[in-house]
Write a protein that binds this ligand. Sequence first.
Ligand code: NAD
Length: 264
Amino acid sequence: MNLALSDKIALVTGASAGLGYACARVLAAEGARVVICSRDGERIEAAAGRIATETGVSAIPVVCDLTEGEAIGEMVKGIFDQFGRLDILVSNAGGPPAGDFANLTPQLWEDAYNLTFQSTLRLCQAALPIMEKQGGGVILVITSIAAKQPIAGLVTSNAMRAGLNGLIKSIADEYGPRGIRANTIAPGYTRTERLDELAEGIAEREGISKDIVLSRWTADIPLGRLGHPDEIGAAVAFLASQRAAYITGQHLAVDGGIIRGTTG
Ligand code: NAD
């Protein structure tokens, strides 16, 4: 399938590793011109180098801490100054602090809001006027299956991701008439460094091996395996393309079937 992403200008945030990196790499492989960001200059430059080696297409690295509103505004303005447009925004960052409700302090809630909800809000605030002016664009937000089915011990994620579904649904509604589509992608258990660390943490707390934690997760997945980051990237590339021109306001789980609900 030709996704016709050649020469589209894309911004993928939180892209030095994991799912963000995979989304950026797949978009680049499909021909898009990709700007990638994360907080650390060396890591994001290394990621851009890997994308160039793996796809033959160079990515543009930018340092931006997504918890800083001004930095987000400057980054998006910089893209507009350089390219005169922004076609695809993929909003992604690290996960918010873990914890049960009883253990979450006001500071942890604030951190979760800043990193997970407000970063997406600010990216949309910066990108939408550009997309509106150019007559179209696509916003994709990487959330989590926690948005569809709360996960024990990840209370901030459950709350923020469900909130993002509401935000993106509202944007899809308001900006659809202006040619802008907005969707979320809800990954299930997908093999990134962060997932390995999460498994290691649980293993340590419970005094079991990491492999047992991973096989527990896998046992609950109808497809019988963890996801691969490229599978999130493929969903993003499809939703970013004209092949998905009639899909907006949706929350797509890419989860091997782990969410059993029939709605949402
Ligand atoms: P990761 O930790 O491997 O990657 C996160 C990326 O975001 C890195 O590039 C990191 O540098 C960047 N980042 C973190 N904080 C940032 C900040 N303040 N400013 C700019 N960049 C920042 O995580 P991942 O596994 O790729 O997951 C990505 C997102 O998807 C997370 O929100 C995670 O909770 C969610 N998710 C992951 C899985 C999974 O199984 N991997 C499942 C469901 C949801």
